[in-house]
Design a protein around this ligand. Structure first.
Ligand code: NAP
Length: 315
């Protein structure tokens, strides 16, 4: 058996496996498809979970360009896969390939988990619920009770986080994005989800602000949780989205990035005395929820957490 954390398979490998041939081992009946996908930590986490659960099934990673998703899903089904995880750039396109969707995938407009069951392809989204569990795990707060600011709210992860906040009926939602129009689109969708007869405030509960210090400062004073869903912070040379001086000790700062483990934003937040967490907990909880869908039983969270921490540290 190849090392499934180290090995990245290709579409050709998957095609061969559909014909009962090639390098993908028969036990590998789950995988993450993405482009890029080489750096995914999911195989380490999911294989630890499958082992702990006493399952013979194994999980790998497959490099799949955007235009080949439908083909790859067909091959995986033919090869007897139980399901798939989908990452960049497949989460939106995958909606079209599902015969049914869970409520979250429909409301978020994105799918990160597929379950093959006979002729059915069921699509789920565990990213949003994974964020909810991560916030509870790392800060001991429920997302629904927090006034949230999302940086990078127009991107894939940011829009999913914003819409999940809306589903949770968060009391305030401030959306920030370099390309403001994208945040406005997300705000419209979030406002539609937020609307209830029970919760009406004197002000608009979803606000879009420009990426400017004055607007950020004004809104941060009325924020409990800052979520960085932008890709800024992955490189040490990336500029700051939020000036260090605007971060106050009463804030909770969650950076979806987990490589590096401590981004400049988290460093600034720690220096200001704020509570901080990186995105590893979100990766853990979305993965645990996917596993529960595939195996239909609770995920061995401790084994997954330990494997994830070890894989992240080794990277
Ligand atoms: P994406 O769809 O490409 O979105 C990127 C976001 O970053 C957009 O909002 C973009 O703004 C913003 N951005 C990029 N460069 C910028 C710059 N120079 N200045 C200001 N804003 C900039 O990517 P994604 O899939 O949402 O992923 C975003 C981050 O979340 C990545 O770091 C990813 O690793 C992380 N993530 C983590 C998890 C987890 O489980 N922890 C899950 C998903 C994603 P524009 O709209 O203006 O381009």
């Amino acid at each position: 058996m190849p090392d499934l954390q180290q090995t990245t398979f290709t579409l050709e490998d998957l095609r061969a496996r559909a014909g009962s041939d090639g390098p993908i081992p028969p036990e590998m009946r789950l995988a993450v498809l993405g482009f890029p996908v080489e750096h995914s930590l999911s195989p380490a986490m999911q294989n630890a979970a499958l082992e702990a659960a006493g399952s013979d099934i194994r999980y790998g990673k497959i490099l799949c360009p955007a235009e080949n998703l439908a083909e790859a899903v067909g091959f995986a089904r033919q090869a007897g896969f139980l399901g798939l995880n989908l990452t960049i750039p497949h989460k939106f396109e995958a909606l079209q390939l599902c015969t049914e969707l869970d409520d979250t995938a429909r409301q978020l407009g994105a799918v990160n988990t597929l379950l093959f069951d006979g002729s059915r392809t069921a699509g789920f989204n565990t990213d949003g619920p994974g964020l909810v569990r991560a916030i509870r795990d790392v800060f001991s707060f429920d997302l629904r009770d927090l006034r949230v600011m999302i940086l990078g709210a127009g991107g894939g992860a940011g829009s999913a986080a914003a819409l999940q906040c809306a589903l949770e009926k968060c009391p305030r939602l401030v959306l920030v994005n370099r390309t403001e129009d994208k945040a406005r689109d997300v705000a419209r969708r979030a406002a539609a989800l937020l609307h209830t007869d029970r919760l009406e405030g004197p002000e608009n509960r979803v606000t879009v602000i420009p990426l400017e210090n004055a607007a950020l400062g004004e809104q941060l004073a009325r924020t409990d949780l800052v979520v960085n869903a932008s890709s800024l912070g992955m490189k040490r040379t990336d500029p700051r989205l939020v000036p260090a001086a605007l971060i106050t000790p009463d804030l909770m700062v969650f950076d979806m990035i987990y490589r590096p483990a401590v981004t400049r934003l988290l460093e600034d937040a720690q220096a200001a005395g704020a509570r901080t967490a990186n995105g590893l907990s979100m990766l853990l909880h979305q993965g645990a929820l996917s596993l529960e869908i595939w195996l239909n039983r609770p995920a061995p969270l401790d084994a997954m957490r330990a494997a994830l921490q070890q894989a992240a540290a080794a990277f």
